[in-house]
Design a protein around this ligand. Structure first.
Ligand code: HEM
Ligand code: HEM
Length: 194
């Protein structure tokens, strides 16, 4: 820090990204969204495997699908804005095809974390029954079903969710390859010392 002050640069602190590592804010966004999104898939997968059982309903009640999805949307939007604000500071991706693939997949992860839950909300609006949480109207009741508004979410919410899961599997696989095979410190940019 003294060096950066001596060199006339502002000390970075731990909150912001630097070209060497992601900062605390990015890490908090990353960890929170990863946990919420993985929860969604874990619960959906368990329902697909075991069907509706009392024990699974009991677990799912800790984080109902709609509420957790809404939280993902509410956090993913500021996270994407935060990422934009850090673009010039963030650790750079390597040159070449792998770096481009990493940039593209990160972009797709950001996009799908917004689009997947947003589509589900459009569907609720299109059904006309509204959505109220704790007395607060989140989506107004129109009393009219709009088939053209429901069609896209019906067709896309599931498939885009599975595409998101496939991307996450590739993302985690690459993170582990960096850590265990190439041992190039990429994992430390997100999880190492600040
Ligand atoms: C536990 C599993 C995970 C591990 C080990 C992991 C690891 C990492 C690492 C090491 C980076 C930095 C990559 C780099 O600098 O090139 C990163 C970035 C990123 N990760 Fe993950 N990740 C995990 C789960 C997830 C999940 C579930 C999502 C999305 C739902 C996600 C979305 C992202 C995004 C968008 C970035 C780019 C940085 C940013 O824009 O904030 N990650 N992850
Ligand atoms: C990140 C957020 C979300 C993820 C990852 C996600 C993921 C999924 C997945 C994997 C399925 C199963 C699809 C299938 O059976 O093939 C599903 C279904 C469903 N989700 Fe979500 N979801 C999210 C947000 C939401 C939100 C915010 C709502 C509503 C408020 C919602 C409502 C539904 C409904 C009603 C279904 C059953 C009908 C359908 O498959 O489209 N989801 N979701």
């Amino acid at each position: 820090m003294q060096e950066s002050v001596a060199a006339g640069r502002r000390p970075d602190g731990v909150a912001l990204d630097t070209p060497r590592r992601y900062g605390l804010v990015t890490r908090l966004f990353h960890g929170t969204l990863a946990a919420l999104v993985l929860w969604q898939f874990a619960i959906v997968a368990l329902y697909k495997i075991f069907g509706e059982t009392p024990w699974l309903n009991g677990i799912a009640r800790f984080g109902p699908h709609g509420y957790v999805g809404l939280a993902v949307l509410a956090i993913a939007v500021p996270r994407s804005l935060w990422r934009l604000s850090q673009l010039r500071r963030q650790p750079p991706q390597e040159r070449g095809a792998l770096g481009r693939l990493a940039r593209l997949s990160h972009l797709a992860l950001h996009g799908l974390m917004v689009v997947v839950p947003a589509l589900a909300l459009v569907r609720i609006y299109g059904k006309g029954k509204g959505w109220e949480i704790g007395g607060v109207t989140l989506i107004p009741t129109t009393g009219r079903e709009e088939p053209w508004l429901i069609a896209a979410p019906d067709a896309l919410h599931g498939p885009l969710s599975w595409a998101l899961l496939a991307l996450i599997a590739g993302h985690v696989g690459m993170a582990l390859t960096h850590a265990l095979v190439w041992r190039d410190g990429t994992l430390k940019r997100m999880f190492g010392r600040l």
